[in-house]
Design a protein around this ligand. Sequence first.
Ligand code: IPE
Ligand code: IPE
Ligand code: MG
Ligand code: MG
Ligand code: MG
Length: 273
Amino acid sequence: MKNKLNKIAKDTNLFLKRFINKQNNSELIPSMVYSLFPGGKKIRSKILIDIGSFFSIDYKTLVTIGSAVECIHAYTLIHDDLPCMDDDRIRRGKLSTHIKFGESTAILAGNSLQTMACEILASPSLKVSEKIKINLIRKLSECSGHLGVAGGQYLDLSYEKKKISKNKIIEMEIKKRNIKEIKFFEKIGGNIGLLFQIADDLIDIKGNSKLAGKKTGKDQKKGKATLINLLGHQNAIKYCDKIIFDINKSLKKYGTNSKNIEESLNYILNRER
Ligand code: IPE
Ligand code: IPE
Ligand code: MG
Ligand code: MG
Ligand code: MG
């Protein structure tokens, strides 16, 4: 699994470096590059590749789409760390973008990464039909905006220090990690997102900040509404096991191909960063 992730990370970064190098230079490039590289685990690309293999979609195409998703992800992390949001100084084992470059630059770098995601999907580098491109851009926009990540982030902040029901927390966490694909996979994507966010919340509680590359123990202090807070540690893990069991069951029909996604799900729950 680690080797596969490393290869995907290498290929994604290579694509993004080439894409950025083809653009005209600007004052914002250094902060964008700082936020993208070396970057994180690239688990979203791995899931895209796992699911894409069910449909025999070409690896390069999936890496290109994954690169667009990574731009959105990097933008959300830059903004998530801002003083008006989670106010965190360390991200991916180095200074957060706003600490390094200042707040206004960080906001603009985030905005630029978000629009770069759409540029990537619309570019000739992505070798799919125009109809598919439009669908991809539509889905990615839906998942990033007020009905997806931005909406989830709003709820995350407005639920701080409040007593929130289980269903509301689940709804928020799915939005925060909305990586939904097409029809049947929308539900699975939502559940993987939920699993991912609960695992992130577990890392926040018992994880090692050196390994995680970011501060831990911050959710409790901020009074974040998480399932662990509500259900307790053991029950939250049981809940994750059930999510994994259900996803694996619904993907069984894809035969041996579904082994890849099984491996990714176990990694997501048991990772240290
Ligand atoms: C971290 O996401 C923030 C959340 C969405 C919970 P990742 O854990 O995927 O971060 P990187 O990309 O590997 O740094
Ligand atoms: C981030 O969630 C979710 C986003 C959509 C950016 P967290 O706030 O829990 O992520 P970390 O723990 O700071 O990485
Ligand atoms: Mg946050
Ligand atoms: Mg945060
Ligand atoms: Mg977190």
